[in-house]
Unconditional design. Structure first.
Length: 341
C-alpha cells in the first residue's frame, strides 16, 4: 500500500501513514501535492518519479517517521496556502506538531541522529527562512550541525545518507550566507565535503590556459584548472546529475570558504574576478535545488562587478578570459557592458 501511495499518489483507504490533526481528505491532498509537485521543486535535477531522491529515499522515511511526515506535509501545505491567500491555519498546526514531535526525538540520542530527524530539522530551517524568521532558521541550522558532528562529520553522513548530507550542507550555506562545512582536500582527505573522483585526476597542462591565469592566487587557480579539466573529461561521456550536483556543491563551498570582499586590496582583482565568475557559473548549473540561491548569487555578482572595475584600471593585455568574466557579470547586470567596451 505504501508503494502504491508513493508511486501514484492514489488515495490510501487504510491510512497507512502517521496520523495528523488535519482532516483525512486534506492529508491525502497534501500527500498528492508533495509527491507530484514539491518533490520536483525541491530536486529539479531529477524529474523521473522512479529515481527522484525525495520520492525513493525521503518519502519512505517519512511514512515511518511522524516528525518528518508532518514536516513534509507542511511544505505542501504552505505552498497551497500561499496560493490560496486565506491564512496559514493548517500549516501552523503542522508546525506546532512537527516541533513537538522533533523535541521528543532529539531528547533521545539514538533517535536524534537518525536521517529522518536531520531531514526534519533542516527542512524546518528552510521553512522559517522562507518566512523571514532568520533567527529561528539559524537556530535550526546550529542544531543540525550538532547532529552532523554527532554522526562523525558531513562526509560520514554522506556515506550512508547522500540526500541528507547534500541538503544539509547546501541549505545551511544558503541560510547562513556562507559555508557551514569545510571541503576535503583535492585527494579526498578530511571529513568535509568530498570532491568527485574526476576532480582528483591530474589537471590539464597549464600551457593550454590563458597566460593571465598564471598570475591568479593559487587556491583560485587550482579550482579553475581542475574544474576546466573535469568539464573537458566529461564532454563525451554520461555524467549523472548527482555527480554534477556534488561537483557544484564542492566547488562553491571551496571558493566561498573565504569571504567575498571587494575592498580587500590584498586579493588581486583578477583572482577575485575569476573566483566570482566560477561561482556564478556553478550557481547557474546548480539551479534552485532545495531552495533559491538568489540572495547569495546577487552578492557574488556585486562582488564581480566591483572587482571588474578594479581590474579595468590595471595595465595589461586583454584575452578571451576577460570576455568570459564580463559575460558572467552581464548575465545579471547590464552595467557590465561598460567593462566589455
Amino acid at each position: 500500500m505504501r508503494q502504491t501511495l508513493r508511486r501514484s499518489g492514489s488515495l490510501d483507504p487504510f491510512d497507512s501513514y502517521p496520523q495528523t490533526r488535519l482532516p483525512p481528505e486534506q492529508v491525502q491532498r497534501l500527500i498528492h501535492s508533495f509527491l507530484h509537485k514539491i518533490a520536483f521543486q525541491y530536486y529539479p535535477l531529477d524529474l523521473n518519479a522512479t529515481t527522484n531522491p525525495f520520492l525513493v529515499s525521503w518519502w519512505p522515511l517519512a511514512l515511518g517517521d511522524p516528525a518528518l511526515f508532518h514536516v513534509s506535509l507542511q511544505t505542501a501545505c504552505l505552498d497551497e496556502e500561499l496560493l490560496a491567500q486565506k491564512g496559514f491555519r493548517s500549516s501552523e498546526i503542522l508546525m506546532a506538531d512537527s516541533v513537538a514531535l522533533l523535541r521528543r526525538k532529539i531528547g533521545n540520542t539514538s533517535l536524534a541522529v537518525q536521517d529522518g530527524t536531520m531531514n526534519s530539522v533542516i527542512t524546518l530551517a528552510t521553512i522559517e527562512f522562507g518566512k523571514g524568521n532568520n533567527k529561528v532558521a539559524e537556530m535550526h541550522v546550529d542544531g543540525v550541525k550538532r547532529l552532523v558532528k554527532m554522526r562523525g562529520g558531513i562526509n560520514s553522513v554522506r556515506q550512508t545518507s547522500p540526500l541528507t548530507a547534500r541538503m544539509i550542507s547546501w541549505v545551511s550555506m544558503l541560510i547562513m550566507g556562507h559555508p557551514q562545512f569545510d571541503t576535503q582536500d583535492d585527494f579526498g582527505i578530511g571529513d568535509g565535503i568530498p570532491p568527485i573522483p574526476e576532480w582528483q585526476l591530474d589537471p590539464a597542462a597549464t600551457h593550454e590556459l590563458p597566460e593571465t591565469i598564471l598570475d591568479v592566487d593559487y587556491d583560485v587557480r587550482n579550482v579553475f584548472i581542475r574544474l576546466r579539466n573535469v568539464f573537458q573529461r566529461i564532454q563525451n561521456m554520461q555524467f549523472p546529475n548527482t555527480q554534477l550536483h556534488d561537483l557544484t556543491s564542492f566547488v562553491i563551498h571551496r571558493l566561498l570558504y573565504l569571504p567575498l570582499d571587494a575592498a580587500n586590496v590584498q586579493q588581486s582583482p583578477i583572482s577575485e574576478c575569476i573566483r566570482c565568475a566560477v561561482l556564478i557559473y556553478m550557481f547557474i548549473i546548480q539551479g534552485p535545488t532545495y531552495y533559491s540561491h538568489a540572495i547569495m548569487l546577487n552578492t557574488v555578482v556585486i562582488s564581480l562587478i566591483e572587482n571588474l572595475s578594479r581590474l579595468d584600471v590595471t595595465s595589461r593585455i586583454y584575452s578571451s578570459l576577460d570576455i568570459w568574466l564580463a559575460a558572467n557579470a552581464q548575465n545579471f547586470d547590464f552595467s557590465a557592458t561598460i567593462y566589455i567596451r
